[in-house]
Design a binder for this molecule. Sequence first.
Ligand SMILES: NC(=O)c1ccc[n+]([C@@H]2O[C@H](COP(=O)([O-])OP(=O)(O)OC[C@H]3O[C@@H](n4cnc5c(N)ncnc54)[C@H](OP(=O)(O)O)[C@@H]3O)[C@@H](O)[C@H]2O)c1
Length: 258
Amino acid sequence: MLRRIMSQLAGSSVLITGASSGIGAELARQLVGRGCRVGLLARRRERLAALAEELEGAGGTAAWAVADVADGVATQRALDALAEGLGGADVVVANAGYGEVETPKRFAPGKALALYDVNLRGTLHVIDWALPRFLEAGRGHLVGVASVASYLGLPHFAAYCGSKAAMRIHLQSLRVSLARRGIAVTTICPGFVKSELTDRHQGPMPFLLPTDRAVRRIVRAIEKRQGEVVFPWQMRLVMAIGTCLPASWVEALLRRSA
Ligand SMILES: NC(=O)c1ccc[n+]([C@@H]2O[C@H](COP(=O)([O-])OP(=O)(O)OC[C@H]3O[C@@H](n4cnc5c(N)ncnc54)[C@H](OP(=O)(O)O)[C@@H]3O)[C@@H](O)[C@H]2O)c1
C-alpha cells in the first residue's frame, strides 16, 4: 500500500531512467505516492512490468519502456514512448548507472569506456532528449543522480568517480545557463545507499542509508528544485574537507586506504 502525501509535484509526469531497482524504483514509488505519473526506463523488462503493475495496483499511473541508456537512439525512442503514454514530461531523472571496482589485477581495456558509456553518455542521451522539449516549453526540471564519489578520485573507482565528476560539472553548467529559461537542474550526490549496487560492493560502506530514507531526501530536492544536494551530512563534511585540503595530503590518505 503506497502512502499518499501532499506535494507540489502532484499531477506532474516524471520520467526515470534506471527505474527497475534501487533508488530509481523507490523514487517511482514515492513519486506515485505524491500524485505523480511515472515513466520507468531500464533494461530488465520483467522488473519494469512488475513495478508498473504494483504502482497501477496502488492507484497510480505508470508507463514503462526498455532501453540501454548507452544506446542513444533506443533511449530517445523509449523516452518518446513514455512521454506519449503519460501526456508529456515535466521532470526527467537521469538515474541509470553502475559502478565497478578496478583494482590493478582486475584491469581490463575497455571496461572504463563501457562504464562512461552508461554513466556519462547515458546521462547525455537523456539530456539531449529533454532539453529541446524543455526549452521549447519554457519550463521543465532535469535531475541527475551523480554521487559523492564525484568529488575525489577514490582508489579503484577511477571510471566511476570520473564519470560522476563529469556529470556533476556538466549539470552545474547547465543549471547556471538555464536558470533564466525556467528550467531547473538538480544534481543528487548520495553517499552509500542500500541498493543492488551496494549489495555487490565488498568494501566498507560508512553512513549507509536505507533506500527509502535516501529517496525521501531526493524527492525533497526535486520538490524544492534544489541545485546540488549532497547527503548524508557526514559524507558532505568528508568531501568538503577532502576538496579543500592540499591534494598531496588527500592523496597520501587515499593511498593508505587503497
Ligand atoms: N547506491 C548507492 O550507494 C549510490 C550512491 C551514489 C550514487 N548512486 C547512483 O544511483 C544510481 C542508481 O543506482 P542504485 O544504487 O539504485 O543501483 P541499482 O539498484 O543497481 O540500480 C541501477 C539502475 O540503473 C539501471 N541501469 C544500469 N545500467 C543501465 C543501462 N545500461 N541502461 C539502462 N538502465 C541501466 C538498472 O536497471 P537494468 O539493470 O534493468 O537496466 C537499475 O534500474 C546510479 O547512477 C548510481 O551510480 C548510487
